[in-house]
Design a protein around this ligand. Structure first.
Ligand SMILES: Nc1ncnc2c1ncn2[C@@H]1O[C@H](COP(=O)(O)OP(=O)(O)O)[C@@H](O)[C@H]1O
Ligand SMILES: CC(=O)N[C@@H](CCC(=O)OP(=O)(O)O)C(=O)O
Length: 287
């Protein structure tokens, strides 16, 4: 590269850093919970870019916590094993054989892929599930769904201990029940419960659309809780967006400062959201 090109690159970087400075200060010491959905994981390049963003967040003093899904990866393994699976209201009906596959895929394959990607970028990630250190104790959601759990008691101390050692926790959405059962928890629900327990500054829900869309199909960049309720009752918010916006409302109610729904596949999605004026996706605040 020629010297003048290097200078131009450096000037562009310095200008970007300068405009990001107030945001860097705003987020120093902040807790940011990031839910990475199975659809947002996509290619190896997308995973690498996500991991780089998370490591950079840690380097500028943010405490990131990654909570992941992996629905499409569970489906692929169930298919290979010839186990049928169905969803009721966005939750997978989970019998004994299915919960074993869910744990194997989420805590094994998916969790370790994310841990490895973050560590390859120079971070120090540790993989956990809600079972570790009693982080997320669960009870059965509804007997017709089998081993699907709802968080009933959260013990986030382990996460604070990890922050103080510069560790980035990566959490698979499974929890143990009082009788030693393993429960499968929807990834959005788990991320919301963890963000609530930590009273996080931000909960970022990374998905495969650029935000919450209005009836005309345009992304709404800022929403109040009341608007979400309205858009849901008129049917504008539907399908997979319902558990996300419900999680957002619950989290705001429990003391999370703001929730953002954004496209996890977009380059530098997380950094753009946190460290630029315009942000990315839909920012949801309390009324
Ligand atoms: N108002 C809306 N705005 C944006 N997406 C919506 C809306 N209503 C329903 N959706 C659907 O919700 C989907 C996101 O949910 P889902 O597929 O469950 O995501 P993930 O797998 O990332 O958890 C979008 O791809 C879109 O099809
Ligand atoms: C109870 C329930 O439905 N659990 C989910 C857990 C994974 C998940 O939530 O993955 P995504 O975020 O990629 O959708 C499941 O079994 O698919």
């Amino acid at each position: 590269m020629k010297a003048q090109d290097m200078n131009r690159d450096w000037i562009a970087t310095a200008a970007t850093l300068n405009s990001a400075l107030p945001y860097l200060q705003r987020y120093d010491g902040a807790v940011v919970v990031i839910k990475l959905g199975g659809h947002a994981m996509g290619s190896d390049e997308a995973m690498e870019s996500f991991a780089r963003d998370v490591v950079l967040m840690r380097q500028v003093g943010v405490n990131p916590v990654v909570v992941h899904g992996g629905g499409p990866m569970i489906n692929a393994m169930l298919d290979k094993l010839d186990i049928q699976s169905e969803f009721v209201n966005g939750k997978r009906v989970t019998d004994k054989a299915t919960v074993e596959v869910v744990e194997m895929v989420l805590s094994g394959l998916v969790n370790k892929r994310i841990v490895q990607a973050i560590n390859a970028q120079g971070g120090m990630a540790v993989g956990l599930s809600g079972k570790d250190a009693h982080l997320m104790v669960c009870e059965q959601t509804d007997s017709s769904l089998g081993f699907v759990g709802s968080p009933s008691e959260m013990n986030p101390k382990i996460l604070n201990d990890l922050f103080s050692h510069d560790v980035i926790p990566v959490i698979a959405p499974l929890g143990a029940g009082a009788n030693g059962e393993t429960f499968n928890v929807n990834g959005d629900t788990a991320a919301g419960a963890i963000a609530s327990a930590l009273k996080a500054d931000r909960l970022l829900l990374l998905t495969d659309v650029s935000g919450v869309k209005n009836a005309a199909g345009d992304v709404v960049t800022e929403l109040k809780a009341g608007q979400i309720r309205e858009m849901t009752s008129e049917g504008t918010i539907a399908g997979g967006m319902i558990p996300k916006t419900e999680t957002a409302l619950d989290a705001l109610h429990s003391g999370v400062r703001a929730v953002v729904i954004l496209d996890g596949r977009a380059p530098n999605a997380v950094l753009l959201e946190l460290f630029t004026e315009h942000g990315a996706g839909s920012l949801i605040r309390p009324d």
